[in-house]
Design a binder for this molecule. Structure first.
Ligand code: AMP
Length: 218
């Protein structure tokens, strides 16, 4: 199964991906996570990307497309992959089609998680992330479970770009650069819309039902 996950920041792409990857045995490839690793490791790419990310802007297409091409060429993707946070521009979507065309592995679905600005601000300003496993928490709606052996408090952090000013900037960028991708995939007939207000098990059920009906599950 080859998927892209679309939707504004805070729509719940990461949460859905963490749970879906186990069900489908596919790789979860997040350009945001890859870029944050590059920043942590102080690589030249990380140093360049940092200023864009902290300003809520997009990292230039060529950088991220190269990251994705390298990651996909490594294999090691189980029964497929799920791209989270890529593509974010129509140009990236076209490049992705070229990359996948070369290896004759086109996308099966573009999953689109719809949400609204007030919901996003509420979710992102309270969002916390586990440094170890990538699980996403919320200070009010989904606090850290103290019994977890992995997600313990010193490893739970708030992303530098999850403050209200940067969230608004990211939403503007999303509306301008990323939203047009929805039409791009709708025209290809592979868009599947999901309501991000639903919880993860409900979303998963809807997805698995659809994949099954389309004969995509092995
Ligand atoms: P995310 O974790 O997906 O919210 O990404 C965090 C930040 O990384 C974004 O606000 C961008 O600055 C950058 N980023 C992630 N993916 C991309 C992409 N496909 N194109 C450009 N910038 C990206």
């Amino acid at each position: 199964m080859r998927l892209v996950l679309l939707g504004p920041p805070g729509a719940g792409k990461g949460t859905l991906a963490v749970s879906l990857k186990e069900k489908l045995n596919i790789a979860h490839i997040s350009t945001g996570d890859i870029l944050r690793d590059e920043i942590k490791n102080e690589t030249p790419l990380g140093q360049e990307a940092k200023k864009y990310i902290e300003n809520g802007e997009l990292v230039p297409d060529t950088f991220v497309t190269r990251l994705i091409e390298n990651r996909l060429s490594k294999g090691n993707n189980g029964l497929g992959f799920m791209l989270d946070g890529f593509p974010r521009t129509v140009h990236q979507a076209e490049d992705l089609d070229k990359i996948l065309g070369k290896i004759k592995k086109p996308l099966d679905y573009a999953l689109y998680l719809e949400s609204t600005l007030p919901v996003i601000i509420e979710r992102l300003s309270g969002r916390r992330v586990c440094r170890n496993c990538g699980r996403v928490f919320h200070v009010v709606n989904h606090p850290v479970n103290e019994k977890s052996p992995c997600c313990v408090l010193p490893d739970i952090y708030q992303r530098a770009d999850d403050n209200e000013e940067t969230i608004r900037k990211r939403m503007d960028v999303y509306m301008q650069s990323t939203k047009p991708i929805i039409d791009y995939y709708a025209q290809k007939g592979i868009l599947f819309k999901l309501d991000s207000d639903k919880d993860t098990p409900e979303l998963e059920d809807a997805l698995l039902k659809r994949f099954n009906e389309d004969g995509k599950l092995h």
